[in-house]
Structure formats: C-alpha cells, structure tokens
Design a protein around this ligand. Structure first.
Ligand code: COA
Length: 364
C-alpha cells in the first residue's frame, strides 16, 4: 500500500503587520499582557482574498515539490473563512493553477482543518485514488474580528500554508516515509464554546446581519482546557496507533493557538520544548493555515531532518481535534521556487480594519 509523503511545502503571508502596539490603539489591552498570556507579538492582515493567499502558497508548494499542477489528482482547501461557498476555493484553485485533472473540494474543521485534510488525503492516496495531492490551509480571519473585543482580536491573523502529498514508491519519497497514523475526533456538545454565524445560511435570505451575532464568540478559558486535553489526547492516540511513544518524536508541529496551550499540551505529552515548533509570535492563530505555515517555517529553519518523526496536532471549533504522525522523507530542501508575489498595496493596516470597526463597533 502506498503511503502519503509530503514532498512540497509553501507559505503565503500578506505584507501588512498588526502589532500589539497597534491593538493598544483599538482596545483596552497591552503588549505585555498579550505576549505573556499568548506568546503573540504581531499577526498579518490580508489586503487580498483567502483564495489569493491559497493560490500563492499552493504555487510555492508545487514548485518546492517539482510537481506540475496538471499532474495533480486532487486539491483540498481547508478553511473556515472561505471567500465564497460555491464554487469552492479548491475549485477556484483548480482553474487558476491549471490543474485540469484534479478533483477539488473545501473542508471545514475550523483550526483542525489541516489535520483533517491530511487524514482524508492519506486515505485517498492509500486507497489508490490519488498519487499527487495539493492541500492548502487558507484564512482571512479578519473578516469575523471585532477589533474592539480584546478577548478575541488579539489572537487571530491571516495567511495560507500548503503541502504537496505524493504516493510513496518514487525515489523522491524515501524508504519508510509518509503518514504512519492519524487520529480525528469531535465533540459537538462543546460547540458553543467557539461560534461564528456570519457566513452560513441561517435564517432567511433577507436577514439583516446583526454585528453582535456576526463577530467571533468564544469562551477563552473553556477553549483553553479543551485544547490542552484535545491536543494531548489526540497526539497520544495517534502515536499509540503507530506503535510509537513520545520518546520517538523528533518534532511536534502544533496548531498555533496560544503559546501556553502548546506548552501545557506538550508537557502532558512529556515532550520537551526543544522538540516543539512555534512561530506564533509573528503570525498569531491562523486557524487551518497555521500548521502548514509552521511546517514551512520549521523546514526553512532546519528543524526537520531526513527520516525525522514529526507529529502534527490541532484542535478547533466544532469542537474538533486531529493529529497526524508521519516519517519525513529524504529531502528537506525545496526542488524549486515560485517567484510570484501578492499584488502590492498602499493601504495601512488601519485602513484595512476600518470596515470592521464601522460594522462591529461603530460607536467605538
Ligand atoms: C483568550 C485567552 C488568551 C485569555 O487568556 P486567560 O489567561 O484565559 O485570561 P482570562 O480570560 O482569564 O482573563 C484574565 C484577565 O485579563 C483580562 N483580559 C482579557 N483579555 C485581555 C486583553 N486582551 N488585554 C488585557 N486584559 C485582558 C480579563 O478581563 C481578565 O481580567 P479580570 O481578571 O480583571 O477579570 C486564553 O483563554 C486563550 O487563549 N484561550 C483559547 C482561545 C483560542 O485559542 N481560541 C481559538 C481556538 S482554535
């Protein structure tokens, strides 16, 4: 049976930074509080749509893998802030990339979206349906952010990350490389702890959107506990399923929600901090994009070596959780690079946030 091996990785972050000092001007918070409680110093805010971020991350991952888009069998985009619902972002990518032979769908498991997508494409590769797959996590989370609500707006940023998966069996992949096991789960009973209604079909077509409903709501402390338990439990089950233990792990690449959640969860797993990758300081929580962005940065910083055992683990709205245990292949360097960039912008970060302020908190 073929295994699903990651052979390409890419990332796209928009240029505009929203720093903690900027947030001090919008709500009652401080750089000191945000850094101490979350580990976040800045996040990016997108001047383009989520599909634009996804396209660039996808092109970079394909160039990294040396894979032609025409050879893709499947494109999956994980997102909880899709640009529109139909056509899906994956279908838009199929057209933009010229991936004429690929099936395409979006998957929403909130922040667990990349772990869920990896599990799904692993099954499709193992069953023989697909040999080359592009998975992208892409988010424009600023769309649901009330920048006067200090309990949520400090956490989230925009961005996209992508990975190319290929069926093992080629020289490219390396012996024994690929996804070894997965664990997925959900608890709808806890769904009320993280809610945004803005983008669904709730109610009548003529409904007016109430800003109070539309903003992201979550119960921070409840989510914190669920997240720590979710990540630790799910990663343990995935390791057990692969016949491995925490001692075998070279690097954990967790969903970047809060540095303290990552510390608590990995402490429970008995994995020391030098085997855990974080880039939350500069990106905040980018939901489904966070793991592929972190995976890209981990490779860029030389934190993954050929043959390493890597664990991807996430939790998110729903609530959902998911983990993937994989053996890295022989190659940790890109085969090529895509030189394109996002279109430039003259806007400031405050220009981009003004529509949110006008909608969510006009009196602020
Ligand atoms: C949101 C979160 C950062 C809050 O951190 P916390 O340590 O739980 O903080 P608390 O909510 O207990 O608040 C502590 C105090 O800080 C205040 N506070 C909250 N947000 C603040 C902010 N941005 N700046 C300054 N003070 C803040 C609170 O009002 C509270 O004040 P009080 O003690 O006077 O009542 C944390 O709970 C969290 O990260 N939860 C998970 C959220 C998440 O990851 N969601 C996405 C899941 S994918």
């Amino acid at each position: 049976m073929p295994r699903a091996v990651i052979t390409g990785w890419g990332k796209c972050v928009p240029p505009l930074r929203l720093t903690n000092a900027d947030l001090e001007q919008l709500c009652d918070t401080s750089d000191e509080w945000i850094v101490e409680r979350t580990g976040i110093s800045e996040r990016r805010i997108s001047h383009v749509e989520a599909t634009d971020l996804a396209e660039l991350a996808g092109r970079r991952a394909l160039a990294c893998a040396g894979v032609d888009a025409a050879d893709l069998d499947l494109i999956v985009v994980a997102s909880c802030t899709p640009e529109i619902l139909c056509p899906t972002m994956a279908a838009m990518l199929e057209e933009r990339l010229g991936a004429a032979n690929a099936a395409a769908f979006d998957l929403n498991a909130a922040c667990s979206g990349f772990a869920y997508s990896t599990s799904v494409v692993t099954g499709m590769i193992e069953s023989g349906f697909a040999r080359k797959v592009l998975v992208v996590g892409a988010e424009k989370l600023r769309f649901i952010m009330d920048y006067r609500d200090r309990s949520t707006c400090i956490l989230f940023g925009d961005g996209a990350g992508a990975a190319v998966f290929e069926a093992s069996g080629s020289d490219e992949c390396g012996d024994g490389a690929g996804v070894l096991s997965v664990d997925l789960g959900a608890d709808g009973d806890q769904g009320k702890t993280m809610v945004w209604t803005h983008m669904g079909s709730k109610g009548d077509p003529s409904r007016t959107i109430d800003p109070d409903d539309a903003r992201l709501h979550f119960e921070g402390q409840a989510v914190f506990k669920i997240a720590v338990q979710g990540i630790a439990g799910s990663a343990s089950r995935a390791l057990e399923r692969a016949g491995l233990t925490a001692d075998d792990v070279d690097l954990v690449v967790p969903h970047q929600a809060n540095a303290r959640i990552i510390e608590s969860a990995t402490r429970r797993l008995r994995i020391d901090p030098d085997r855990v990758f974080t880039n939350i300081a500069h990106h905040g929580n980018t939901a489904a994009a966070s793991i592929p962005m972190a995976l890209h940065d981990a490779l860029d910083e030389g934190r993954i070596s050929p043959g390493d055992l890597v664990v991807l683990t996430a939790f998110g709205g729903g609530v959902t959780w998911g983990s993937v245990v994989l053996r890295w292949g022989d190659r940790v360097e890109p085969l090529g690079a895509y030189e394109g960039e996002l279109p430039p912008t003259d806007a400031t970060v405050f220009d981009l946030l003004q529509p949110n302020l006008d909608f969510f908190a006009p009196e602020g």
